[in-house]
Design a protein around this ligand. Sequence first.
Ligand SMILES: [Zn+2]
Length: 374
Amino acid sequence: MNWALHTAGAICDDASIEIREDPHTMRSAMRPLMKRFLLLALMACAVTGAVRAANVGDVPIISKLDVAGLKEGRHHFYLNAGRGATGLPNLVPVIVMKGAGEGKQLLLTAAVHGDELNGIRVIHRLMDELDASKLTGTIVAVPGVNQAGMEVHSRYFGLRGGDPNRAFPGSEKRGEAEARFAYHLWHNLVLPGTDLAVDLHTQTTGTSYPLFVFADFRNATARDMAYSLHPDMIKNDPGEEGTLETSLIKKGIPAVTFEIGGPKEFEARMIDRALAGLENFLNSQGFLSDGARPAREQPIVGTNFTNVYADEGGLAVIEVGLKDHVKKGTRIATLYDPFGQPLRHYYAPVSGAVVAIATDPVRDAGSMLVRILH
Ligand SMILES: [Zn+2]
């Protein structure tokens, strides 16, 4: 028998706490005793305002986010998003900033890909800088969605897992581990209350983006969100199946993917710029009331990517920079053999602007050298 103490949400740190019996280990004679103990614990927590058994340190573990009962201010939780391969729970850190004013609920996620870290620092700093008394609405921020990937410094869900950002909205009973994980997030964190979402990424390991937004302009709010973030470049496209952004757009919830430079580091300048962009976005969407600012420079907007790949392995020298405008036929990269002899020069197959480059010169056959937005 499973039973949940949902009322604990209202009583203990505003978090709902689920306590499950294991029928294989709990003898029936123990059940009434256990229930009495839990009832006493619940009564005690009503007095003390804390549940020690369901915390990690001072942070409560929740199975579903419900911001309705939260007081104004900053709250920390771990969302229990199913069990990992060792049987331990996948705990996802969640920061809720509940504003003084009633308003929209923004979901801000970072590191859905475990090697893409700048967004984590953006969230940390944004949460430190925000004053809840001046905030209208609520921000639900996840500074590190894919903890399993982060632990092994990988884009994917753990060492052997697949791509979490192709797994949304997830599956409860079918699919790989990342699909089950995505299901927990989708139903217990994303859908409850989200009105808008910005998913923070970077380019993947060995490559870099400028400040860059993926947005589906068919959704007018998503289009406005993209511009308000003040990126260098925007790709207007219908999205990609299984991404958090596209899954939200399909539900009618405006969302964009915000790419903040390169992976596996905290790039100070990119973090500063992304933070300024997010603050402008918060002003333009009414979360803050300082007023939105126009961009200093209009972004480069395109609808297509053309990737140039290394057709064999080698050491790459990239001969263009991010945001450079290139004409079709411009030389953009040279691949060298171990002795420094050129294997091949590469030329832009289309005219456009450079939106991504390889930063790791060691290039496998088939890996990206340059990506052009046009
Ligand atoms: Zn990513």
